[in-house]
Design a protein around this ligand. Structure first.
Ligand SMILES: [Fe+2]
Length: 403
């Protein structure tokens, strides 16, 4: 097989028609429903393992680059003519290579993804949740590659960050762009499906790291123990209150945060569709009982008007609003999940959870160790470990079968 071209490979046929695009531009194209063909040139196995998905349908073709090498004409003919093509690959070299082939075959408006699929996997989309005239800001950072969300709360020059991913630079720069410094990083639980950025953001910025002993007592990190019912304040007077609510079940230390009595940063306890699976610790009966008690005694007592801001989603179209924010009011969330919230009786709830469980990915154990500081890996290894969608929700008969 011929060697792959180097990263500075460029077309000599028609350089003007080949351009590159960033992961955020890729997201914008999907959100805007641009009339574009997406072409993933990784092999089928890697494509199936982790593919580009967004809030709208994506017309995606998967034709491996080595097929293009063997049959450039035949592979090009598989793509509809007359529309721009965005090429995606693992690292960017083979996408450039295929872009050149398409160009040499007479196709126009060809572009390749800068940095490859990892840049998509790490991409965060910031969207403000509350209106611009309020005296604080609350932001959702959607990570489409992981179908997960972190949150930022800004008051004056201070920012609190909830469930940060490891994109430290992004968060630091984002805070600066809003004229704030990150002062607190908080976890809703010890994550199993992605590598948390909270410890390293705390180390880089001097922010206080808050976590619950139920999950973090085994970790090597210095953190401030979260106390059920405590209020975390911004350092100056004023600003929204942040009430910590212990919500065990998905994990023993799971914590939800009620912000300004308006928003529920629910971690993996409450999703817009489904609830957090209680089997990740391999003690499904014990944890399902905890989850049942949490939902009945601590969650369903909350007001219906609270806006649920979850840690994950599985179906963007079903779980987002018209602005592509993943949120809904708690009253609607309960209605959407009547099959779960309507269960009366611990035994029945445990049975429901057991019936809906499935294998967790092997990598979750490794990710937990990284998140507890018990395993350190090179950045490239973490990049690979951190790719792929989450599997944190309990399956439901109401549309969660695919996760
Ligand atoms: Fe989780």
């Amino acid at each position: 097989m011929p060697a792959l071209p180097t990263s500075n490979y460029s077309s000599e046929v028609n350089e003007v028609s080949i351009t590159s695009y960033s992961a955020i531009e890729l997201y914008d194209s999907i959100e805007s429903k641009d009339d574009i063909i997406y072409l993933d040139v990784r092999n089928e196995e890697n494509h199936q393992l982790f593919m580009v998905e967004g809030p709208n349908d994506v017309e995606m073709y998967n034709i491996p680059y080595f097929d293009f090498m063997e049959d450039p004409e035949g592979c090009t003919a598989k793509l509809p003519e007359g529309r721009p093509v965005k090429v995606i690959c693992a690292k960017e070299g083979s996408a450039q290579f295929v872009a050149d082939i398409l160009d040499s075959q007479g196709r126009e408006e060809i572009s390749w993804l800068e940095g490859g699929i990892v840049t998509w996997g790490n991409l965060l989309i910031p969207k403000r949740i509350n209106s611009a005239d309020e005296d604080y800001e609350i932001w959702q950072f959607n990570r489409p590659g992981k179908a997960s969300c972190s949150y930022g709360l800004i008051h004056g020059e201070q920012m609190m960050l909830f469930d940060a991913s490891r994109a430290v630079e992004f968060y630091v720069e984002f805070a600066a762009s809003r004229g704030a410094d990150i002062r607190h990083v908080l976890e809703t639980h010890l994550q199993a499906d992605y590598i948390s950025g909270s410890p390293r953001i705390a180390a880089a910025t001097g922010a206080e790291f808050h976590a619950h002993d139920g999950d973090y007592a085994v970790s090597v990190f210095d953190y401030t123990s979260i106390v059920d019912g405590e209020l975390i304040h911004f350092k100056r007077d004023g600003g929204p209150s942040v009430l910590c609510t212990h919500a065990p079940g998905h994990t023993p230390g799971s914590t939800a945060y009620v912000v300004d009595e308006k928003y529920l940063i629910s971690g993996d306890t409450v999703f817009i569709v489904s609830v957090g699976r209680p089997d990740l610790g391999k003690r499904v009966v014990e944890w399902a009982k905890q989850l049942y008690a949490t939902l009945k005694q601590r969650i369903t007592v909350l007001p219906d008007e609270l806006i649920v801001l979850p840690g994950h989603y599985s179906d963007w179209r079903r779980e987002s609003n018209e602005d592509y924010l993943i949120l809904n009011d708690f009253g609607t969330v309960k209605k959407l999940n009547e099959d779960i919230y309507g269960i009366e009786g611990e035994d029945e709830f445990v049975e429901y959870m057991k019936e809906n469980m499935r294998e967790q990915p092997d990598i979750y154990n490794q990710i937990r160790k990284v998140n507890a500081g018990a395993l350190s890996l090179r950045e490239e290894e973490q990049d690979i470990m951190d790719l792929g969608k989450n599997e944190c929700a309990a399956s439901s008969n109401r549309g969660m079968q695919h996760i």
